[in-house]
Design a protein around this ligand. Structure first.
Ligand code: CS2
Ligand code: MN
Length: 358
């Protein structure tokens, strides 16, 4: 298991020097943020980013994300050229020693929350999801200002994009994903790159748009359709965990045993029951008892089933007066990293060898 930390490049207020000082940190998870979605990443720019990390004593073996262009998700004729560009990126990343690409296949929206700075009882703030607030939004009718929303779309562009998705149901989206991944697999094999799809966050359909990587059935189907070890997942506990029907301990163990968990995003969330039964959760500190997810159980299932990939603490709260990028400040993620490493050490020292290593 390799502990990593997300780094948003040179503009990130959390510097490489700081990340390096977090105990047990092996490397950063980063991306080339200035290259427009759809264009291929050139080797020089990749090597430049890698050198920054390496010079600070950190590896750069995981990329999050190489974004997937909407035309690929829509399955339009423009996709083939864009898939070729993606393949060029894979080959260049492989040349630079990258091992894992995290990506998602969510139409239009990436992660969705109703609040970026929800105040919790201890005075910290964090991301939250309130179904009441989400239900009141209709991106087709009103200008959207959602936390995490890509504001580069105008209202008209967004409306036009949403109209194009009206003919793409979950089945079509799935076929488009299979088409994309199938095309990538030979380059992945040659380049030593593993694809790790990030699950839908939250794991259900939003604003009438299909979402397909939301649960065990969806992941099983994807693995069957493109049955290659390079086709794996980012096990994001907080994303999948927002649906209480997802048995994360079971999924972690099952997919680790298949060798398909290439990357783990570890975080916890806390459900707050509402009188009308609607969903409300906020993100919580990483330890098991601070939230609703069995973080220990998930790590244990990974360990017992031979997980030997990359892990990073996912979203942290803003604590100690920090006003960091929502989810991506320094302090709480650093605490999370140390907690996760501590649990892992205890597993290694108390349980018989991790099957893959033993
Ligand atoms: C991340 C996602 O911050 C987050 O929630 O996990 O934005 C993630 O980077 C993408 O979905 C992966 O493509
Ligand atoms: Mn995640």
């Amino acid at each position: 298991m390799k502990m990593t930390f997300r780094w948003y490049g040179e503009k990130d207020p959390v510097t490489l020097e700081t990340i390096r000082q977090i105990p047990k940190m092996s490397g950063v998870v980063t991306a080339l943020y200035s290259i427009p979605v759809g264009e291929s990443w050139d080797l020089d720019s990749i090597l430049k980013q890698k050198k920054l990390a390496n010079d600070a004593g950190l590896e750069m073996e995981v990329i999050e994300s190489v974004p997937v262009h909407e035309e690929i998700k829509l399955g339009s004729p423009a996709r083939d050229k864009l898939i070729d560009n993606y393949i060029t990126t894979i080959r260049n990343l492989g040349r630079a020693g990258v091992k894992v690409i995290c990506y998602n296949f969510m139409p239009v929206f990436d992660w969705v929350r109703s609040e970026l700075a929800y105040k919790t009882a201890d005075g910290s703030n964090c991301l939250a999801y309130d179904q009441h607030m989400i239900d009141a939004l209709d991106p087709r009718k009103q200008s959207l200002s959602l936390p995490g929303w890509d504001e580069s779309y105008t209202r008209e562009q967004l409306a036009a994009l949403l109209r194009r998705y009206e003919s793409v149901d979950a089945e079509q989206l799935f076929q488009n994903m299979v088409y994309f991944l199938t095309a990538l697999m030979p380059a992945c094999k040659e380049s030593g790159i593993k694809m790790a799809v990030h699950p839908d966050d939250p794991p259900w359909s939003l604003f009438g748009l299909p979402r397909i990587i939301s649960n065990e059935a969806g992941i099983d189907r994807l693995f069957r359709a493109v049955d290659e070890p390079e086709n794996g997942i980012t096990l994001c506990t907080g994303s999948l965990g927002a649906d209480r029907n997802n048995d994360l301990v079971k999924m972690a163990g099952k997919y680790a045993a298949m060798g398909r968990v290439h990357f783990v995003h570890a975080r916890n969330i806390k459900f707050i029951p509402q009188d009308d039964g609607k969903l409300f959760f906020h993100e919580s500190p990483h330890p098991t008892e601070c939230g609703s997810l069995d973080v220990y159980g998930i790590l244990r299932a990974l360990y017992e089933n031979g997980f030997d990939g990359y892990i990073r603490p996912d979203h942290g709260r803003n604590i100690w007066g920090e006003s960091g990028k929502p989810g991506y400040g320094l302090y709480d993620r650093a605490l999370g990293a140390v907690y996760l490493s501590g649990v892992w050490e205890a597993l290694e020292k108390t349980l018989p060898g991790n099957k893959k290593e033993g």
